[in-house]
Design a protein. Structure first.
Length: 318
């Protein structure tokens, strides 16, 4: 037997109760009550609200029977009457309805979208990194400039792009690409100086939160980073890098890169050998530009797993 038929049988059983109540209220217009009862026992198939369930319709019918006196009284009293109970009732709140091919769930909110959003130009933000984010091989780190085997930045920049992107996005990319190799969990914020941007990196992109300051410059149709400063203080010369403060206690090694001519060289340095790091082409390798000075130097402090703990660097002479 359908729910609608069950409801009609139950309402029919209440007919005697309804008749007695109506008789006690001789002043009541019974035609209005009949209208109410007939309205709420209308078969579901004739309704035009596909999201409603039979259970909700049945509940509404029982409210009318149990609250007969209130229904009759409200029918004869304006809704805006201050003495009317309806004036003190809360306004019904709409519920969200989520429909799929197999189910209809009513009264619950749709689950939040947990997929990372795309980076919006000029926002200075990236999506959050997945929880299982790991390290990126150093050979994949991008320095900007025209596509090539070495991904070289334009001369005078650690990282560069054609002019056009907002400053916050240039600073963000300068950390995301050559320092981390990850375009996630990195946010850039403007400072009082329009050329200096604060870049914050959050786990799991790094083992712990990291704050860097990026100085951005623009010239000859090119924009990019000319200096990066973290918690480790340093100085640069034409031939060496000198750390002037301690590095994180859990540092396992330093990765040092420098550009000479059109080549970028990479050195690995132990934490105990950081007083003065010579920026020289390693023994056994060919210096193709022996008369060219070092254009820039960039170092990252890494833990045992090769994850970035700190970073710093600048164009020499800046």
């Amino acid at each position: 037997m359908s729910r609608t038929a069950n409801l009609e049988v139950r309402l029919a059983a209440y007919r005697s109760t309804l008749d007695s109540a109506i008789a006690e209220r001789s002043a009541t217009d019974t035609s209005k009550l009949d209208d109410i009862v007939e309205l709420d026992v209308e078969p579901m198939g004739s309704r035009r609200r596909p999201g409603r369930s039979g259970l909700l319709v049945g509940a509404a019918g029982l409210v009318i029977v149990g609250g007969l006196a209130t229904v009759l009284e409200l029918r004869d009293r304006p809704a805006d009457d201050p003495s009317s109970p309806a004036s003190s009732m809360p306004t019904p709140r709409a519920t969200n309805v989520e429909e799929t091919a197999d189910t209809v769930t009513e009264g619950t909110s749709a689950p939040a979208n947990t997929a990372p959003a795309s980076t919006i130009a000029g926002s200075g933000t990236t999506p959050r990194c997945p929880a299982d984010t790991g390290t990126v091989p150093t050979g994949t780190l991008y320095l900007g400039g025209p596509p090539s085997a070495q991904n070289l930045a334009a001369t005078g920049f650690i990282f560069s792009l054609p002019s056009g992107p907002p400053v916050v996005d240039i600073a963000l990319q300068a950390i995301a690409m050559p320092v981390l190799g990850l375009e996630c969990s990195v946010d850039a914020v403007s400072t009082l100086d329009p050329d200096v941007i604060t870049v914050n990196v959050e786990p799991p992109a790094t083992p712990r939160p990291m704050k860097l300051t990026v100085t951005v410059a623009e010239r000859d149709g090119t924009a990019g980073a000319v200096a990066i400063e973290g918690s480790t203080q340093f100085e640069t010369g034409s031939t060496d890098l000198r750390l002037t403060s301690s590095i994180p206690d859990d540092a396992a090694r330093l990765q040092v890169r420098f550009k000479k001519g059109e080549d970028v060289w990479e050195l690995t340095v132990a934490p105990t050998d950081t007083a003065s790091i010579a920026l020289e082409v390693p023994d056994g390798e060919t210096d193709r530009f022996p008369s060219d000075p070092v254009d820039w130097v960039l170092f990252t402090v890494l833990d045992e797993q090769g994850r970035v703990l700190d970073a710093g660097g600048r164009v020499t002479g800046v």
